[in-house]
Design a protein around this ligand. Structure first.
Ligand code: SF4
Length: 434
């Protein structure tokens, strides 16, 4: 049976990590990667369902695969959140699809397709360390979500929270060390609500993070995505401040600056609690920075609510933000809320927010010039083949005009100036790397 496989991934980092695990399965079963779908025997689309636009894109791709199937033999498998949400209905709408594999089974796709394995009720974690980078890896530690934010489809398509055995995680960390991985991002839909009962001990997220930090060298980076503000404990704050190998940059989704909207969203925190959390983290670690997710145009959002979001952006000073407008998802509570806003208002507010955040981010970036930072060199810059692209622990891109810098190593640079929104840096001590 082995032949060539083609894998397309949409959506979040978790999907990318799970696609790495699928690739490991394919390769160990004797398959080899195809250079394009035209030469593949089997194509897997790992889908996203978070926004309607993501699903529309996948319907478009299925049109392409239908055309391909008219001209050659290829097995098309749809997996991921859209596959979970629409299940076998997808096959009725698109004859291009041969198999629909739910989120709990995606890492056993080959077995499922061969009929060796039957559908499973429970998510199982698989190693996902074989990524495209030699220095960075994604590492899922939990899956699913119990929060049911009123706008979100994730708890319905990913199911309830399930955490991974800490011993398995630490074994994978050891493998990553052998592979020379320098940066690990721990993943979970609600990563800091990680809990694993082992014998008479309950492992929490700060406990796990401490163990991982102990197991990784000083010159390495640990990140985690995405934490929920309501689950951020003092123990976690102090650990981030104490450990050099835990990055001082947190992506902390806020979604809105208005308490009444946060309540309707069912986020389980107030604006005051969120701001207080940011202040406590800054008190513990003066160098810490933040990025966030913000959703505008939620049902019932008044002009005053929206202004509160702008004032929160002003107050917190995010380095970066993922900003989007409310797009109702079938099956979520928000779909049936009253007072949906018209598209024009949603788009207008989104543009205002983007403009304001960009302005604040640019001011913040200017104020952070002429510092010396350790960066991880990721590769050659796409725009300038003689320059290297690197990243700080704050997830800021720094371009270094020095092609002798070695990829996959840490180096120290002085951040000298901005070109547009991108930092330019100079190597502090040529030849010195970690
Ligand atoms: S915390 Fe809320 S937004 Fe995040 S995955 Fe869970 S339900 Fe969705």
């Amino acid at each position: 049976m082995p032949g060539k496989y083609w894998l397309e991934t949409y959506g979040c980092q978790m999907n990318f990590a799970e696609s790495n695990a699928i690739e490991i399965e394919f390769v160990s079963a004797g398959f080899i990667p195809a250079l394009n779908p035209e030469e593949a025997d089997i194509a897997v689309l790992n889908t996203c369902s978070v926004r309607q636009t993501a699903e529309n894109r996948i319907w478009g791709r299925l049109g392409y695969f239908q055309h391909l199937k008219d001209n050659k033999e290829i097995t098309v498998i749809l997996t991921g959140c859209m596959a979970e949400r629409l299940s076998e209905d997808i096959k009725k709408k698109s004859p291009a699809v041969d198999y629909v594999v739910g989120t709990n089974d995606k890492q056993r796709i080959i077995e499922v397709v061969q009929g060796i394995s039957r559908a499973s009720e429970e998510y199982s974690f698989k190693s996902s360390y074989e990524g495209k980078s030699n220095s960075k890896s994604l590492l899922p530690i939990m899956n699913g979500c119990d929060n049911f934010c009123s706008y979100c489809i994730v708890p319905y398509v990913r199911g309830r929270e399930i955490s991974r055995d800490p011993d398995d995680i630490l074994k994978e960390i050891a493998v990553l060390q052998e592979h020379g991985i320098k940066e690990v991002t721990l993943l979970g839909q609600n990563v800091n609500s990680y809990r694993f009962q082992k014998k008479d001990k309950m492992y929490t997220f700060p406990m796990l993070l401490r163990l991982i930090s102990d197991a990784m060298p000083e010159n390495s980076w640990i990140r985690f995505l995405s934490p929920h503000p309501k689950d951020f404990s003092d123990e976690l704050i102090n650990l981030i401040a104490d450990r050099n190998n835990i990055c001082s940059h947190i992506h902390l989704p806020v979604q809105s600056g208005s308490n009444s909207i946060l309540k309707t969203m069912k986020r389980n925190y107030t604006r005051e609690k969120y701001v207080d959390l940011i202040k406590r983290m800054r008190r513990a670690d003066a160098s810490i920075t933040f990025s966030t997710d913000i959703l505008v145009g939620f049902p019932g959002e008044s002009e005053e609510d929206f202004k509160k979001t702008l004032s929160l952006v002003d107050e917190v000073e995010f380095l970066d933000a993922f900003m989007y407008y409310f797009n109702p998802r079938e099956g979520t509570e928000a779909m049936n809320l009253p007072d949906h806003l018209d598209n024009e208002t949603k788009l207008y507010r989104l543009q205002q927010l983007i403009d304001f955040q960009r302005k604040r981010s640019r001011e913040l970036k200017q104020s952070r010039l002429t510092r010396t930072e350790r960066v991880l060199c990721e590769g050659v810059s796409k725009k300038d083949k003689l320059a290297m692209l690197s990243r700080t622990e704050h997830d800021e891109i720094v371009i270094i005009k020095d092609s002798s810098v070695l990829i996959d190593y840490f180096i120290d640079v002085t951040i000298t100036h901005l070109v547009g929104n991108t930092y330019m840096g100079e190597v502090v001590c040529p030849g010195k790397r970690y």
